[in-house]
Ligand binder design. Structure first.
Ligand code: SF4
Length: 354
């Protein structure tokens, strides 16, 4: 039986607009180079660098060169290519080593095979002197491991810097003309949803170009793992982590920040080497968060219209290519929506591109 149109809610969502901040990973190629921070003097509770530093060896310049040329063999010439020095804190390692690594990367920039260089570091390892070196060697993106803007959370996480360091470093990075990135963690010791909302609001005021959001994983060995074993730290459940990341993401909608990563993947350094991970570990964490973004907008649309009429049918119209994000991983959205709006006969209709 065909329902009358006036008794039907048609929901059409502009998915592209909804996810405008979330960057399509396929935009450029990245050559990741993991530089461990051996002898890092800091003691961040969630980090395993100190506990495993005896097992890590320095990456030689030759190895960096090899990694880059290996990656380049696999890339076609269609996208921009970036070399990314990840790991501990790039600007915390000895300055001569920094320069040696950067010189190798610059060889590829000069030959035109690579377009840009990215490094990640701590807010208290940024100074005008360091920035001048990074500028000289064509670094384009600097990512700061901020983690939180709440001083109590930073203290409990033993980060060894406060929120003023983040403000100072961010302003300097922007002043020297770099692209600024922030990394933020969800579920640190002493943190909660309100502190995370405050954190993202403070960060957005610093106008970062990019943002990464990670739920806290408990790595074994780490001090956080010891805290967890003693019952002094309770990791977030997957549902809590998704919901708290979603709330942070919602704040970003009003800004132009590009979300370059949500959650870790099994191929990441931390997850691939750690079998004993505890916490909201999930390979497709980002998909769950994005599905939640979409689901909430659908519900807002429905809620407003349900008040108006004698509704007996709801149809969610979805362009085919966004089907998976609307339906959600393991069909979470589909099952939730169909179940919740059972009495309105809710349907998700997939269709060709509009
Ligand atoms: S997170 Fe970075 S700064 Fe903190 S202990 Fe680990 S390597 Fe050092």
């Amino acid at each position: 039986m065909h329902m009358k149109e006036e008794n039907r809610i048609d929901v059409k969502i502009n998915i592209l607009d909804l996810l405008k901040n979330i960057v399509n990973k396929e935009e450029q190629y990245t050559i990741p180079i993991f530089i461990p921070h051996r002898g890092c003097p800091n003691e961040c509770v969630f980090c395993n660098q100190r506990k495993i530093s005896g097992m890590q060896k320095n990456v030689t310049v030759k190895e960096v060169d090899n990694i880059i040329s290996k990656y380049l063999e696999y890339f076609d010439g269609n996208k921009k290519i970036q070399i990314a020095f990840f790991g501990g804190s790039f600007t915390g390692i000895d300055i001569n080593s920094q320069i040696e690594y950067l010189k190798i990367a610059n060889k590829y920039i000069k030959s035109g095979k690579v377009d840009s260089i990215r490094i990640s570091t701590r807010p208290d390892y940024i100074s005008p002197t360091i920035l001048k070196v990074l500028k000289k060697y064509n670094v384009r993106n600097i990512e700061l491991g901020v983690q939180s803007m709440d001083n109590e959370v930073l203290r409990l996480s033993k980060r060894g810097h406060d929120n003023i360091s983040v403000i100072r470093a961010s302003l300097l990075i922007r002043y020297y003309g770099f692209k600024l990135g922030h990394q933020m963690m969800i579920g640190l010791p002493g943190s909660n949803e309100i502190k995370e909302i405050e954190t993202i609001k403070s960060l957005l005021k610093l106008k970062p170009d990019e943002l990464r959001i990670y739920p806290v994983y408990v790595i074994n060995p780490s001090e956080l793992y010891d805290m967890y074993a003693l019952g002094k730290y309770v990791p977030l459940t997957l549902e809590e982590a998704i919901s708290r990341t979603y709330v942070v993401l919602r704040e970003c909608k009003r800004s132009n920040v590009r979300i370059i990563r949500i959650g870790l993947q099994s191929t990441d350094e931390i997850t691939s080497n750690n079998l004993g991970l505890v916490g909201p570990v999930c390979d497709n964490f980002a998909e769950y968060v994005m599905a939640k973004v979409v689901c909430n907008v659908i519900e807002e649309n429905i809620k407003n219209k349900l008040k108006e009429d004698m509704i007996n049918e709801i149809i969610i119209h979805v362009p085919l290519r966004y089907a998976s994000i609307v339906v959600g991983p393991k069909k979470v959205n589909k099952e939730y929506l169909i179940n919740k709006y059972k009495k309105y006969n809710l349907k998700i209709k997939l269709k060709g591109e509009e």
